[in-house]
Design a protein around this ligand. Sequence first.
Ligand SMILES: [Zn+2]
Length: 125
Amino acid sequence: MPKHKPIKLPDKIKIGWRYVNITREAPTFTNDANEEYGSFHGRKNTLNLHPELKGIQLANTICHEFDHIAFDDLSLNAETKSMKLLSEDLEELIANGRANHFVSICLDNKWFLPFLQQLIHGEDK
Ligand SMILES: [Zn+2]
């Protein structure tokens, strides 16, 4: 029996100065080789997570997409007339690496997320 009541994924999350809408829609493309688990659309202000994702895959995809949102919000993927700060390939590598690293730390150290929660929000909150 689980110790905690499952927390339902909300339909929006506050990130920085605005709320980002969260949707759970299957991608519409038919190419099976292109497995899209999550995507962030800045103009639509929407984070989509594949409806079949759950557990650690959902956690990893959320962390991955948060990195894309950070790149976008902080203009880390901006382009000037002469250069682009970060190619899409490089952004993808960084998002993959950071998300995998963070989730693996959480997986191997069950105390870590509650500890962060307590540090950030205070005891008993
Ligand atoms: Zn990505």
